[in-house]
Structures are given as structure tokens and as C-alpha cells.
Design a protein around this ligand. Structure first.
Ligand SMILES: Cc1ncc(COP(=O)(O)O)c(C=O)c1O
Length: 457
């Protein structure tokens, strides 16, 4: 039985089983008002005058605010949460072309695929006894493949706190996996992690790309569990540390933190996950999902013999991203770039009078998909359809100025901004973006106040 779909369009797009859902399911978190007194952040010094003037006016309740139009634009206005910005220095001309137009099963192209796997394995710091393969269908393909291939022989706990995790729960329900325990929380929060059972299989995302809430660590998962942990880490890998001792399946795609191309997914399996794959399959699987045959792992997939034809151009693009990531210093350096990006936005939010995090608990704040809501009363007082229209106008203004592309909330998430902070983003660009956001919001606020005053006078 399904819950009826929520009416506001701000809740999960996918209805979930009526059982095991808590009372707060799908609710939009309550508004938060900015708490910090106004102070100027060292990382936003260049915008001090603008922020200071506007903040002072706003905090006194004045209807007019000032935020001069910034002089400098971000060097790269691409802040999408996927496909994400290409790495600094990326250039199409730099991609190797000698494997294009050749069979991916010929020795040289296949070696290129294997090398991509080995380099990724190294960059992920994946344990030696895990396997990593390139599979079709981007992260979705990798994660569906894992769920279809592995789940069904025991109960499954699934953590749901934003759209993608809700999609996985819906698919498990459609697959007829029973018992299925949906542990859910509204946008901005995490479910009760104490409710998971180590004897059940566990399905979760590491970072909720559509709510900006991540799992801060994996300590809630028993190292001695008998169930498997399937972790969709597509917007977490290379942006936070993954504790592989508590995970069995990790999926991601090149299009996220590495700024690669979509279409292919990466599937990492622990020895326990491989052992499960070699048990009788829980259901018939289409060829595109088949990771084992006659009770044996299809080991070729993990050595570059892909199930079907890959894009060798996308593979070359990945190699370019790997060159960049390795030169930077590997996974730790990538994570540090994300942390630095996060600090820029976090400082700005702490000093802002009009914007706040969607996440309720600062310990869970995502370093990649940074989701914000407009908290100024002049905005929150509006009807939700009016709020959506205002947001749209702000986004258009920023896009027209070529300072920010694709920073709207995910289509079924609460109205607000979602700004990518993965490693391919430059902190300096985020600093400039915050100045433009201040400008756009205060410009709207001034016009809105003038309209309201005009209407009432
Ligand atoms: C958590 C999560 N899972 C899955 C996906 C789907 O990824 P893809 O389009 O690469 O399949 C996304 C995309 O943003 C995501 O954030």
C-alpha cells in the first residue's frame, strides 16, 4: 500500500510504504531565522561594504537595503550538482583520441579501461580485496544493478531523507523486497540511525544531494554486521571519507566530484558483496545487470571488459580528471578543496540576514550539494507559489549576468538554492557568487518593498 503523494510538490516525489514511516515523513522543516549577529567574515572581505550596508538595514527592519552590483564575476559560473563543472584547466583538445573509433575489446582500448579502474581504485583508497568496475547507466545504473543483484534474501532497512533515497526505497518496494523497513526523515534531517538492524541489509545514500544533508560518519553501522551495506556515494566520494569497513557496495559516477561525463557508473564491491553475488540470484536479471553467471562473479567487468559498449571519449575525459586529481595530491586534496568551498558558503550563511541552511544540524551539512533556503521574513511571508516565482526571477537574473548557472533546488526539494562545492569548484568563484546572491536578493527586496509601499499608500 502506498501513502498518497504529498500535495505540495516539496516532499518526496515517490510515495512510500505506509508501514514504518514516521509522523514527520515528508514534512518541510520549520523555518529558521538567522541567529548569528552580523560580523564580517575574512573570506568575504571583498564584499564587506555591500554586505555590511545591506545587513545593517535589514537588521533594523528598514524596507530599503543596499547591495551594490559586484564588479567581479566568478571565473566559472557553473555550479550545477550534476553534471558538475569540469576540473580547472580542462580542455577538450587535451583528451587523447587514439582509442576513439576502435573496439573497446581490442587490447589497447581495453587496457585504457583497466587503467581507469585501477587509477580510480587508488584514488578512492579502496581496500585491496574489493573489486571496482565500470558499468552502464551512470550512478543510477550502478546502484540499481547492485540492488537487483544482491537484495531479497533477507530484510532490508532503507534510509530515506531526500529524493534519491526515496527513489531507491520505491524501487525496492516495486521489486517486492520484504520485509522492507523505510526509516525516513523530512528534508533537512537524517532518519533515526539507531533503528537499523545489523542482520538486515542496509540501503542508503552517503550524501543527500537534493537536501544537502550527509551522513557525517558511518559509525552507526556495525563492523560485524551480517547484512550488507549498499551505499550510493555519488556525491560523497572524493568529498568526504568513506569508511569501507562498514560498507559493502559503493557506487558513484564520473560526472560528480571529478567533473567527468555521465553515462557510466562505478561499482565497488567488498568480498562479502561478491560472495552474495555468487549465491543463487534473487530474481531474473537482464543482461545489462548481470554481474555473475552460473554462480561465479563476472570478473571481466572488474578488469575493463564492460558488459556493453562504453564511450571511450568519456573514458578519456575521466583520465584527464584523474591526471588533475593525482597532480593535486589525490583524495585528501580533493576533500580539502570541498571543505574550503564549504567554509566560504558557511561563513557567508553565518553572516547573512536573509539566507540559511536547509539542514537542521550543522554536523550533517553536505560539502558538495549545499542547499540553502531564503529565511528573510519578507520572503517567507509569501505564498509558496510566490516564493517559487521570486526564486525563479533571482536565478534568471544571475544567469543573465552569467554569474551562476543551475543553482536552483532539485525539482522536488524545498524552494531554495543548491550550490555545488565539489573539488572542481574554485573557492574564489564561490566568494564572488555570494556577493552576486546578496545583490540579487536585496535588489528584489527593494523592488518588493517599493511595490508593497506603492500598493498601500
Ligand atoms: C544521491 C544520488 N544518487 C543518484 C543520482 C543519479 O545519478 P546519475 O544521474 O549519475 O545516475 C544522483 C544524481 O544527482 C544523486 O545525487
Amino acid at each position: 500500500m502506498y501513502n498518497s503523494p504529498a500535495p505540495t510538490g516539496k516532499r518526496w516525489t515517490v510515495p512510500l510504504p505506509a508501514s514504518n514511516t514516521n509522523a514527520g515523513f515528508g514534512a518541510v522543516p520549520p523555518e529558521r531565522t538567522p541567529s548569528a549577529p552580523f560580523t564580517v567574515s575574512s573570506t568575504t572581505v571583498s564584499s564587506t561594504a555591500a554586505i555590511s550596508a545591506s545587513a545593517t538595514l535589514a537588521s533594523t527592519g528598514a524596507s530599503q537595503t543596499a547591495a551594490p552590483k559586484p564588479d567581479l564575476k566568478p571565473g566559472n559560473p557553473r555550479f550545477s550538482s550534476g553534471p558538475c563543472a569540469k576540473h580547472p584547466g580542462w580542455n577538450l583538445q587535451n583528451l587523447a583520441t587514439d582509442n576513439l573509433g576502435r573496439s573497446h575489446r581490442a587490447a589497447q582500448p581495453k587496457a585504457r579501461l583497466l587503467s581507469a579502474i585501477e587509477r580510480c581504485k587508488e584514488l578512492m583508497q579502496l581496500p585491496e580485496d574489493w573489486v571496482l568496475g565500470i558499468v552502464p547507466g551512470s550512478d543510477t545504473g550502478a546502484f540499481e544493478m547492485a540492488m537487483w543483484s544482491l537484495l531479497g534474501s533477507r530484510a532490508v532497512d532503507v534510509l530515506v531523507w531526500e529524493s534519491f533515497s526515496a527513489d531507491w526505497a520505491k524501487d525496492l518496494q516495486d521489486l517486492g523486497v520484504e520485509p522492507l523497513n523505510v526509516l525516513d526523515a523530512p528534508y533537512g534531517e537524517l532518519p533515526d540511525l539507531q533503528q537499523i538492524n545489523p542482520d538486515n541489509d542496509l540501503v542508503m545514500v552517503a550524501n543527500g544531494t537534493t537536501s544537502g544533508v550527509r551522513l557525517p560518519d558511518f559509525n552507526f553501522i556495525d563492523e560485524n554486521r551480517s547484512g550488507l551495506t549498499l551505499c550510493d556515494a555519488t556525491s560523497a566520494v572524493f568529498a568526504q571519507t568513506l569508511d569501507y569497513s562498514r560498507l559493502d557496495v559503493v557506487t558513484w559516477s564520473w560526472q560528480k566530484v571529478l567533473g567527468g561525463e555521465a553515462a557510466h557508473g562505478m561499482l565497488a564491491l567488498s568480498p562479502r558483496a561478491v560472495a552474495r553475488l555468487e549465491e543463487p540470484a534473487p530474481r531474473a536479471l537482464p543482461k545489462i545487470f548481470r554481474l555473475a553467471e552460473n554462480g561465479k562473479l563476472n570478473s571481466g567487468v572488474f578488469k575493463g571488459a564492460t558488459i556493453n559498449t562504453p564511450s571511450m571519449l568519456a573514458v578519456e575525459d575521466l583520465h584527464s580528471a584523474l591526471d588533475w586529481a593525482e597532480k593535486l595530491g589525490g583524495s585528501d586534496a580533493l576533500i580539502e578543496r570541498s571543505e574550503s568551498n564549504f567554509r566560504v558558503i558557511d561563513d557567508w550563511v553565518s553572516n547573512s540576514t536573509w539566507v540559511d541552511w536547509l539542514a537542521k544540524d550543522s554536523a550533517t551539512l553536505s560539502r558538495t550539494s549545499m542547499c540553502l533556503q531564503i529565511s528573510a521574513p519578507v520572503f517567507t511571508r509569501l505564498e509558496s507559489s510566490e516564493q517559487a516565482a521570486v526564486l525563479k526571477s533571482l536565478l534568471k537574473k544571475l544567469e543573465d549576468q552569467q554569474v551562476a548557472y543551475d543553482i536552483a533546488n532539485y525539482r522536488s526539494a524545498p524552494t531554495g538554492f543548491r550550490i555545488w562545492g565539489g573539488a572542481t569548484i574554485e573557492s574564489a568563484d564561490l566568494e564572488r557568487l555570494t556577493q552576486w546572491l546578496d545583490w540579487a536578493f536585496h535588489d528584489w527586496q527593494n523592488q518588493h518593498s517599493a511595490n508593497v509601499t506603492g500598493e498601500t499608500s
